[in-house]
Design a protein around this ligand. Structure first.
Ligand SMILES: Nc1nc2c(ncn2[C@@H]2O[C@H](COP(=O)(O)OP(=O)(O)OP(=O)(O)O)[C@@H](O)[C@H]2O)c(=O)[nH]1
Length: 210
């Protein structure tokens, strides 16, 4: 059922938005989701994701409950065809690269091409430069990420699944965009005052036009 949020928009809180994490193997997709879901980082603890799994989260945006079903995908090439099938009904995609890996950054163009090929036209896309805590190993400047995001018209943040930097912000930004995309009706007064009031009658003899 539609609810009206603090910002005055109608939004159906029963909707669940499929949100998918994609990007090369090792960029930190599983770690980012674990940090978001459990608020912790377990270094080097994950073997490469095989196939796909999801976590449900409910975020509050302008007093509205936004339900995300967040899917962690395998970055490895051999699972790519499985991942494509999931793009189709996704409402949001978080595309990660690793700021210490040039190849993971360069490959984001190929990921974006795939996304445009397989995903819905109005999918919310965020580009995330992960592992921002690894300053001394950085090879991709923040400006390079920003420039690429501008070029493709997507939202950009640098994150760290280790320290938690911008992890909540990334998912919150997605949730806000989803509300914006889902707005069905602008909330306007159903009628205007002048619709129900008699037009003001000119007092006779007024105004002196002839
Ligand atoms: N320092 C640092 N290490 C990270 C960060 N995110 C992930 N890592 C490490 O990077 C490695 C790969 O992380 P994963 O979360 O397994 O990467 P993934 O993208 O899920 O990999 P696939 O499942 O193969 O697609 C692990 O050793 C993580 O501990 C981060 O923000 N900072």
């Amino acid at each position: 059922m539609d609810q009206i949020g603090a910002a005055g928009v109608a939004y159906n809180q029963d909707l669940t938005h499929k949100t998918i994490l994609v990007g090369d193997s090792g960029v930190g997709k599983t770690s980012l989701l674990v940090q978001f879901d459990q608020g912790k980082f377990i270094p080097g603890s994950f073997s490469a994701t095989v196939g796909i799994g999801f976590t449900n989260k409910v975020l509050t945006v302008d007093e509205l409950k936004v339900r995300l079903q967040i899917w962690d995908t395998a970055g490895q090439e051999r699972f790519r065809s499985v991942t494509h099938a999931y793009y189709r009904d996704a409402q949001a995609l978080l595309l990660l690269y690793d700021i210490t890996s040039r190849s993971s950054f360069d490959n984001t163009r190929a990921w974006l091409t795939e996304i445009h090929e397989y995903a819905q036209d109005d999918v919310v896309i965020m580009l995330l430069g992960n592992k921002s805590d690894m300053a001394s190993a950085r090879v991709i400047r923040r400006e390079d990420g920003e420039k690429l995001a501008r070029e493709y018209g997507v939202i950009f943040l640098e994150t760290s699944a280790k320290t938690g930097l911008n992890v909540d912000e990334a998912f919150m930004t997605v949730a806000k965009e989803l509300v914006r995309h889902s707005v069905q009706l602008p909330i306007e007064p159903r009628f205007q005052l002048h619709d129900v009031m008699e037009p003001e009658k000119e007092p006779s003899g007024c105004c002196g036009f002839s």
